[in-house]
Design a protein around this ligand. Sequence first.
Ligand code: SF4
Length: 228
Amino acid sequence: MIYSEDDILMLSGIQHFAFCKRQWALIHIEQLWAENERTVEGHFLHKRADNPFISENRNGIRVARAMPIISYTLGLRGIADVVEFSEAEYESQFTTRLNNYQGLWKVTPVEYKRGKPKKDDRDTVQLCAQVICLEEMMKVKIEFGELYYAQTKHRQRIEIDEKLRIRVYSLAEKMHEMFREGITPPAEVGKHCSICSMVDLCQPRLTKKYRSVANYIRSAFLESEETE
Ligand code: SF4
């Protein structure tokens, strides 16, 4: 499927959607947002990476920061923290050409994350979505991306295999479906709620039978009227 400009959603939302569909809907459908220390720390880290339109030459590798990216097959757009271009000897499906720079280049996105590697796949699906954007934009095939974790100061190489790509297309399709319907799903109470930046706005234990915060407030109001 090819999405039109009007249907494009924020790429960074795919990590919220993979973590909890309700969290994504509260942020992207209901336009609610809350910051906890984790998101503040994340913003700080991104500020360092989001230094737009600077490219540098480090050990033969060109580095583009805060690069705008888009995929019309995913219907997602966003900003890649860092994209590295390393020079290749031979032309292949894994090489592309760059404006203003001679030669052939392999492309590797590097996504900056606070903390350490997570047990779930929210970081890898975001990285894979970035890869799909870059492949579409630069007509190149990308086999690997990297995740950099501030707490461990370590880069993790992630293989962008077919299984991961299918998962990302499926998540993006569900995001578009939910956005079109405009319906926030009920809370899925679990361990993830204890690290969720939206927990105060979500009220997961109170709202697990109500789809949206607006619905919850309306129902609570009606219930209080009935008991008066
Ligand atoms: S508090 Fe729990 S159910 Fe609510 S948005 Fe966060 S993770 Fe999802």
